[in-house]
Ligand binder design. Structure first.
Ligand SMILES: Cc1cc2nc3c(=O)[nH]c(=O)nc-3n(C[C@H](O)[C@H](O)[C@H](O)COP(=O)(O)OP(=O)(O)OC[C@H]3O[C@@H](n4cnc5c(N)ncnc54)[C@H](O)[C@@H]3O)c2cc1C
Length: 467
């Protein structure tokens, strides 16, 4: 029996919601096989059944559905508005705005969908407060606000500094802007709810079934330890694990994101005045992100420390005690009055960062029957709703708006090959960490660290101006 991986607070909260699905054993067939049972795989499965109810769909998942990033994330459902500059560079002005609008609508759709299907995912649409917590971070959003103004869109509003302190519950937050469409969810409850809806729609789910190999020709043969699944069309939705796929590996760098959760502290939070429905981030490259859970814990995460060599994802991507201590230190710096509040949970997960920080949607090696949707770059909760529609349309060969989505087949660029990528990523990450450790206390970072840190790919948002 394989040992259970370390689980996030979120997954522990929903543990036992349903018995695990049996592994794939023996020989099976399907019209569409989906590899990966996270948001992307499950939304795709659900849309396939909506678009083509007779389609025989099977999801093959190495762990349990939601065991990957979908059951471990911060639960921030964000749009692609903060990536408008990157989108514009990739697909042009008009499509960039359309795609960003789709991603905004996707957030509200999560609320509607979960309500309609009785998924208790604690959807709360309180907005995203993007803040500056040091002098160096001030005005990180200026280029983006100018770009939005030029395009005639207004997804963000500037919040007066005193309101920023109040909303975020700490004067460490010096300035900020709010994107009202953003929401928070209980991420694992969302993933597990999607699994239930998929099963109810007739999707077959195989858990504890790692796909060890798949052929490239049609029909595709997927091989797991105990079985084989043959399907004319396959959708690869394996997030950071796709870095191990030959054709995709160079476009994905695997980095960790790490989270701690406090004990429930309803009285302390009420005193701070932190608005409970808000998603909050600072403006660091190794971004701090934080929100409040339904039972009034603080969930505090930080992006970008552990780097996977050659895309390998080991146990350090499940839990990393030194990282948890560093994330805790950031939390205590931002909320000094909560110094005595205990940390009860910590966990990590892998992020599939692409050079553009936008996802890769396309046909593997140009084969129309082998479809992939990976590279969500730490922003997959909301965008996977769009991704599911696109991937389902691609799998069915539909020539509708989703089947011809502007993001399909865009070159994401590539990272250098290993071991240069690993060594380079280490050097850049170390420089970013050094620079940001100085800046957070309003000290000047070294010239060298600043220069090397410039090589880091964009994080959650584009900070440097507009095309
Ligand atoms: C700690 C953390 C915090 C994050 N915070 C946020 C946030 O607040 N907001 C946000 O939008 N995004 C966030 N993200 C990113 C977000 O979680 C992902 O973008 C999203 O979950 C992607 O969904 P997915 O289905 O592609 O990936 P996953 O949920 O990882 O699903 C992929 C699945 O594929 C399975 N798999 C892998 N290889 C195989 C194989 N060979 N055979 C079968 N199955 C396989 C895995 O077990 C996994 O379950 C965060 C990520 C992490 C790790």
């Amino acid at each position: 029996m394989t040992p259970q991986p370390h689980r996030s607070f979120w997954l522990q909260e929903v543990a036992g919601d349903a018995p695990d699905a049996p592994p794939l054993a023996g020989h099976h067939t399907a019209d569409v096989a989906i590899v990966g049972g996270g948001y992307v795989g499950l939304w795709t499965a659900i849309r396939l059944k909506e678009f083509a109810p007779a389609c025989d769909v099977a999801v093959v998942e190495a762990d349990i559905c939601g065991g990957g990033a979908s059951g471990r994330n911060g639960g921030f459902a964000l749009s692609w508005w903060p990536k408008l500059a990157s989108l514009t560079a990739l697909i042009g002005e008009r499509d960039a705005v359309t795609v960003a609008q789709d991603s905004e609508r996707a957030i509200a759709e999560i609320g509607v969908f979960t309500a309609a299907h009785g998924i208790a995912a604690d959807f709360r649409q309180g907005g995203w407060l993007w803040t500056a917590t040091s002098q160096a971070q001030m005005g990180s959003w200026n280029g983006l606000l100018e770009l939005c103004a030029r395009r005639g869109v207004t997804p963000f509003r500037v919040v007066p500094p005193d309101q920023v302190h109040r909303l975020a519950g700490s004067p460490v937050h010096r300035a900020g802007i709010l994107e009202g469409s953003a929401a928070v969810v209980q991420p694992a409850a969302l993933a597990r709810g999607l699994r239930r809806v998929a099963l109810e729609a007739g999707v077959r789910v195989y858990e504890h079934s790692r796909v060890r190999h798949f052929t490239r020709d049609q029909p595709v043969v997927l091989t797991t330890d105990q079985g084989r699944l043959v399907a004319p069309t396959v959708v690869i939705a394996t997030n950071a694990w796709a870095a191990g796929i030959r054709e995709l590996g160079r476009s994905i760098a695997v980095i960790s994101s790490d989270i701690v959760a406090t004990a429930p502290i309803p009285e302390e939070l009420a005193q701070l005045g932190w608005h409970p429905d808000l998603a909050i981030t600072d403006s660091q490259i190794m971004v701090d992100y934080y929100r409040i859970s339904n039972d009034r814990r603080i969930i505090f995460g930080k992006g970008g420390w552990t780097i996977g060599f050659g895309g390998r994802i080991g146990p350090r991507f499940d839990r990393h005690s030194r990282r948890a201590a560093e994330v805790t230190a950031d939390f205590r710096r931002y909320y000094p009055s909560l110094g005595a509040v205990p940390i009860t949970h910590d966990w990590s997960g892998p992020i599939d960062r692409t050079p553009t920080s936008l996802p890769l949607l396309g046909y593997l090696g140009g084969r129309r029957h082998l479809i992939y949707g990976v590279g969500w770059s730490g922003n997959g909760v909301g965008p996977s709703v769009v991704g599911g529609r696109v991937l389902a349309s691609m799998a069915l060969g539909r020539q509708d708006r989703w089947g011809q989505y502007p993001l399909i087949g865009r070159s994401a660029g590539s990272f250098p090959p290993e071991p240069i990528r690993f060594l380079g990523a280490h050097a850049v990450r170390t420089a970013v960490a050094r620079k940001e450790r100085r800046e957070i206390v309003d000290a000047k970072p070294s010239w060298l660290a600043t220069q090397i840190a410039r090589l880091a790919p964009a994080g959650l948002e584009d900070k440097t101006g507009a095309p």
